[in-house]
Design a binder for this molecule. Structure first.
Ligand SMILES: *[C@@H]1O[C@H](CO)[C@@H](O)[C@H](O)[C@H]1NC(C)=O
Ligand SMILES: *[C@@H]1O[C@H](CO)[C@@H](O)[C@H](O)[C@H]1NC(C)=O
Ligand SMILES: *[C@@H]1O[C@H](CO)[C@@H](O)[C@H](O)[C@H]1NC(C)=O
Length: 460
């Protein structure tokens, strides 16, 4: 997993020339904004939230200062409005649908989430070596929390069949419809901007065909169990890397293949009725003002090119990360970012997606977000010390844009090794805010799991 904030943060904080005109979709104001406030003709400076005003097309030339350099706490009202968060009506000219209509068919509604047997057995196996009986009792409760099943190698696909068969049986015996959560995560040249989670396929070794075969296997199995609903997070970090890391040769070389493969995955998984949320990084990555519009454009393109399937439900945020869903006190590591939590990020991204014709809904990972103020830098992502399990999965999300709070990352599985001689070593895993020594990514990290249990908020 790679969570890039440092470079994007730097870019976002470089003030624009004050006299320059801001191009369409650029930032033009917001609390503490010191850059240019005049929008290019054909666009108007429009409030997205108190911290972020943006030049949006559709209004004629007038511009509004978003509290530029004044340090004011409330920014002036804009001349035109974009929904700041939850409004069902968008003023964007191209928008024809509403988010409230979209949220009425939340795929989670009416279904029970099938517990991931792989994770439940990891947790069960972890209990005997916990010496503190109070911690052990809490740890046992984690086995009851639905966590996504990561199909991070093709060898795991047969387990999907085992789990679907079990979910199907449970659904039929209990009369309660079952929903199974998976992560589709096996792109060739995966994790192009980091080392810890590099995958099994490479583009130079027929990776695209191997990936398509991996998807075909998943599709064939899902089709055998039409009564079990499947929800998938699609390819963590991949689209984010295409937004911010195209300066890295491995990412720019992989970009066309990533796009082809993700389009293929969406089209094929749609044919099997799998509801999909494509990974959209997190607030500290694509949530930076300079990254929002390019991200929205890329997701809009993907929505088009993959066939505008209703099963491409939207985007997943904060996967395997630590950000708060909504907080009144920004974590110091967010450094005055306008979108310092996931709710703000989603509220800022949503209207831009609407403009691309994509009425995206969201799911948000809160599995390890229980404790804030634990990172030295927002971009730090590896086995952060002091983290705790967070809000339990629920469809009571506090936002009509968010279908469900989820636990995507199985807490206790390692983010990456701290062994500098290991082939997948990433130096991020040796930073002072990372728990060490840490084993290879994906393997069980007992000490980390126990800390997540102990530090859980709400407590277990
Ligand atoms: C966060 O959202 C929840 C659910 O809507 C709400 O109860 C809580 O007050 C919010 N907290 C903040 C700090 O906004
Ligand atoms: C670190 O990785 C190297 C190379 O894989 C291995 O030989 C060594 O035993 C590892 N060290 C530890 C402490 O795990
Ligand atoms: C990733 O691995 C490459 C090749 O071993 C190395 O040059 C680079 O520094 C590593 N990156 C990080 C962030 O550790």
């Amino acid at each position: 997993m790679f969570k890039f904030a440092a470079l994007s943060a730097f870019v976002a904080l470089v003030p624009l020339l004050v006299n320059a005109q801001v191009a369409a979709y650029g930032q033009c104001g917001g609390q503490d904004w010191t850059g240019a406030t005049a929008c290019a003709s054909g666009t108007a400076c429009t409030k997205v939230n108190d911290y972020y005003y943006q030049c949006l097309p559709g209004s004629s030339g007038s511009s509004v200062s978003g509290g530029s350099g004044s340090g004011s706490t409330s920014a002036p009202s804009p001349t035109s409005t974009v929904p700041t968060s939850t409004s069902s009506a968008s003023t964007a000219p191209s928008s024809t649908s509403t988010s409230s209509a979209a949220s009425s068919d939340n795929p989670y509604t009416g279904y029970q989430i099938f517990l991931n047997p792989e994770y439940a057995s990891e947790v069960q196996a972890a209990i005997p070596s916990i010496t503190d009986s109070a911690v052990a009792a809490k740890a046992l409760k984690v086995a009851e929390v639905p966590v996504f099943f990561w199909l991070d190698q093709v060898a795991k696909v047969p387990d999907l069949e085992t789990y679907l068969a079990a979910a199907d049986k449970q659904g039929k015996s209990s009369g309660q419809k079952q929903l199974l959560q998976i992560v589709v995560y096996d792109l060739p040249d995966r994790d192009c901007a980091a080392n810890a989670s590099n995958g099994e396929f490479s583009i130079s070794d027929d990776g695209q065909a191997k990936y398509e075969n991996y998807i075909d296997q998943i599709v064939a199995i899902v089709k055998k169990y039409p009564d079990v609903r499947v929800v998938a997070v699609v390819e963590p970090d991949s689209m984010g890397n295409l937004v911010t890391n195209m300066d890295l040769p491995k990412c720019s070389a992989a970009a066309p293949t990533y796009k082809t493969c993700i389009n293929y995955a969406i089209a094929q998984l749609s044919s099997a009725g799998v509801y999909m949320y494509v990974d959209a990084g997190h607030a500290g990555w694509l949530g930076w003002p300079n990254n929002l519009a390019p991200a929205a454009q890329l997701f809009g393109e993907l929505y088009e090119t993959s066939g505008k399937s209703a099963y491409f439900r939207g985007l997943a945020t904060n996967v395997a990360n630590y950000n708060a869903l909504n907080t009144s006190s920004p974590d110091p590591c967010t450094q005055n970012a306008p979108n310092y939590d996931e709710m703000l990020y989603i509220n800022a991204l949503s209207p831009l997606l609407q403009q691309q014709g994509f009425s995206a809904q969201f799911i948000v990972d809160q599995g390890r977000s229980g404790v804030q103020n634990i990172r030295n830098a927002w971009g730090d992502w590896c086995n952060i010390k002091g983290a705790g399990f967070g809000i339990r999965p629920t469809t009571d999300t506090g936002s009509p844009l968010i279908d469900s709070i989820v636990w995507v990352k199985p807490g206790g599985e390692c983010d990456g090794t701290s062994n500098s001689s290991a082939p997948r070593y990433d130096s991020t895993c040796s930073l002072s805010d990372s728990l060490q020594p840490a084993p290879e990514a994906g393997t069980w990290f007992q000490q980390y799991f126990e800390a997540l249990v102990t530090n859980a908020v709400p407590s277990l």
